[in-house]
Design a protein around this ligand. Sequence first.
Ligand code: NDP
Length: 262
Amino acid sequence: MNLGYENAVAVVTGGSSGIGLATVRVLLRNGARVALCARNADRLNDVASVLRRDHGEDRVLTRALSVLDAPAVGDFAEDVKAHYGRCDLLVNNAGQGRVSTFAETSDEDWRAEYDLKLFSQIYPARAFLPMLRESRGAIVAVNSLLAYQPEPHMVCTSSARAGVQNLLKSLSVEMAPDVRVNSVLLGLIGSGQWTRRFAEREDKSVSREEWYGDLARRKGIPLGRLGDAEEAANAVAFLGSRAASYITGAQLEVSGGLSRHI
Ligand code: NDP
């Protein structure tokens, strides 16, 4: 199977860590040039120097910004156009989950969560759409299984993620036939929030394997373990590639079998 990324340009939001960084690496290995953004400039610069060393100076562009800053996202799109002249793939990955029950969630938290989940899709999609139309490209959103299988301890994240799936379906119709729009629905991937929770574990003698294994058992993941960032990245790279040229408005679950619906 040829993913067809040679000479393609991909934009990855939240590309400095976890699933976003793994996606950047997979795309670079498959021949793409990549532009990535995140808020923390120091971490972004550290990541960029390693990526440039491994893949070449001219194949990595970075910008420190929040995807919730619409003018900054617009400037980022202008930078990509000036630097690479095109955009073939937008990966909307930036963000994080919010742990809270209904009783614990304030109005402010609800608004912040809806803002993050929806506008982290809306602003980049709007800014990069002209280039994506021109290249007949694709958008891949990194979303969560919580959209279909809500968890009471992540009440506003679950609800906002369901809204994102609905939005993506509309975009897949409105942007067709020029731009394909798909999503991955993640279960538990051993990056980001899980790395942070592992670091904060009470019993520091418990190894990463033991802690993740116990978590997988408690969550009832049929494959018996958390996913790796690269396993999520591979699914993103497939959906964004020419190999997925007849797939739009679809979602691909990457959860080790965690979903209970058919
Ligand atoms: P990480 O925390 O490892 O990475 C998140 C990335 O997003 C970082 O590069 C971060 O950089 C960036 N980011 C966060 N907020 C913004 C923002 N407002 N603007 C720009 N960049 C931002 O997380 P993961 O790799 O685990 O998660 C990636 C995505 O997958 C997230 O959207 C997450 O919610 C989702 N997801 C993850 C799951 C998991 O089990 N890991 C499960 C379900 C969904 P910086 O902080 O410098 O901005």
